[in-house]
Design a protein around this ligand. Structure first.
Ligand code: SAM
Length: 469
């Protein structure tokens, strides 16, 4: 572990927190942990992600050449190196249990708790590490009082783990492991920020929440990175956001209370709580996120939702994914451009990894279009909406790709992304730049042309937004 932090009690009832032990610049690594306390993949990801490197060796993509463990057939690996790493870490302890349960596979939280209980039984955790873990918050009383379903799930998981592990540990103690996992774990993500599982480390778990976070967490395989989003002075507390901070106050409050059992009193929450919408307005907002309902239209007296507020921000993300699956690449490009030029600069800090990821997706999409991918989308009876007429704007996509990737590479040092992501970007930029040079052009000397192309993209964005009304 390498850390530029010190744990200490935090004020205002936040329990303990981590504090900067030195001045930190934007993009600097605040904390790097190379071995998790526990990290487990989601069930679908067991099929296409290596349980040894957790995807570090196939960055940002899924693999279909992984080999299943010959004992349990549940976990898969890149090769013997990854298999042996996981075998030594924990799989030797759980393989027989997985085998007995086949074809059933335990839910993710049960697999994580089982791993922790088994490793603890074999004294595989260091004394300091275990002490930190045992001191973590559980909010067990709050869970019992406020969330009967969660309590039942934790209790059932503890019963099952006790039986499968054949441990002397009391069920109550195993339940505390389950509660600590619920309260202190991170979403494990791959290098392009898709969730792939759950991750816990008791030192990283000490980082408290703020809706105006100064740091952000990312993963590269099983390695955790915390990066500074803003300059952090020595002695300042490190804060990350436990929830999607682009959401309005009411949504953030519900999520933080529901999962972490506290009411955030950061400055932003205090300001926004005084202008929070009434309960009926809140219902309209949250229902828009429900996957099985059509969005509820706002009452007629509502002003139109600005494109940089929720739920518009998330809806546009979903729209881009949906357009891509329908093969409507030109329209997806138009919306990805709206996100890149008009939304992200307002919604995210300049070096936020999500912003970098959106830039990366835009460049990939432009590469696809510039390679003349078959853009004739599948048509269906209820899908008569025309694609955006991208050709009309005569955009030189090559220069746009070069500019987007070039900006990412130029800002690499301050970017809050993990090293592997930076490597992907660097490689793609090198290729595009090399192609220009091979064609006898140096885009570095084409500032005026690049500006002109952005002007065309701006007109495309204006036209699409105008149509949205
Ligand atoms: C992952 S732990 C963080 C470390 C914790 N402070 C500790 O001492 O173990 C999450 C818990 O910390 C507390 N916490 C974190 N951020 C907070 C905040 N902004 N306001 C109040 N409590 C907070 C809550 O009790 C929450 O359930």
């Amino acid at each position: 572990m390498s850390s530029k932090t010190t744990p200490a009690p935090a004020s205002d009832g936040l329990g303990r927190g981590l504090f900067a032990s030195t001045d930190l610049a934007i993009g600097e690594t605040v904390l790097h942990i190379s071995t998790p306390f526990v990290a487990v993949l989601d069930k679908p990801r067991l099929e296409d992600t290596c349980s040894g490197c957790l995807g570090k060796r196939h960055l940002g993509s899924y693999e279909n050449t992984l080999k299943a463990c010959r004992g349990c057939h549940v976990v898969k690996y890149c090769d013997k190196t990854c298999q042996s790493k996981d075998w030594k870490f924990a799989h030797s302890l759980e393989c027989g249990i997985y085998q007995q349960l086949q074809p059933r596979i335990l839910p993710i939280n049960a697999r994580a708790v089982l791993r922790m209980v088994l490793r603890n039984g074999r004294k595989k955790y260091g004394t300091e590490e275990m002490k930190l873990f045992l001191e973590l918050e559980t909010h067990i009383k709050d869970i019992r009082d406020e969330n009967e379903a969660q309590w039942q799930r934790i209790a059932l998981c503890s019963k099952a783990v006790k039986t499968y592990a054949g441990t002397e540990m009391q069920e109550e103690f195993i339940s505390a492991f389950g509660a600590k996992l619920d309260l202190n774990s991170f979403n494990l993500t791959n290098a392009v920020y898709d969730r792939i599982g759950v991750y816990l480390h008791p030192y990283a778990a000490l980082i408290n929440h703020s809706c105006t976070a100064n740091a952000v967490v990312g993963f590269e395989g099983d390695e955790l990175y915390v990066k500074a989003l803003r300059p952090i002075a020595k002695g300042d507390q490190i804060f990350i956001s436990y929830v999607d901070a682009t959401n309005p106050y009411s949504v953030r409050r519900t999520e933080l209370r529901g999962r972490y059992y506290f009411d955030c009193r950061c400055e932003r929450c205090q300001t926004e709580s005084s202008s929070a919408p009434t309960s009926s307005e809140t219902a309209a907002t949250t229902n828009n996120h429900h996957p099985h309902h059509r969005p509820i239209p706002p009452p007629a007296h509502f002003p139109p939702t600005p494109i940089t507020t929720q739920p518009s921000v998330s809806l546009r993300d979903e729209l881009i994914v949906s357009l891509l699956t329908q093969g409507k690449f030109k329209t997806a490009f138009a919306h990805a451009t709206i996100r890149y030029t008009r939304i992200d600069p307002v919604v995210y800090a300049p070096h936020h990894p999500i912003r970098q990821l959106h830039a990366w997706s835009l460049s990939k999409l432009a590469i696809l279009l510039s390679q003349g991918v078959d853009v004739s989308h599948r048509s269906s009876s209820d899908d008569d909406e025309e694609e955006v007429a991208l050709e009309k704007f005569e955009v030189n996509l090559g220069l746009i790709i070069w500019a987007v990737l070039g900006e990412l590479v130029a800002g690499e040092e301050r970017a809050c992304t993990v090293p592997g992501f930076k490597g992907l970007v660097r490689e793609a930029f090198g290729q595009v730049h090399g192609e220009f040079l091979a064609g006898g052009l140096d885009p570095r000397a084409m500032g005026a042309e690049v500006k002109r192309e952005w002007g065309k993209v701006g007109r495309l964005v204006d036209e699409v937004l105008e149509r949205e009304g």
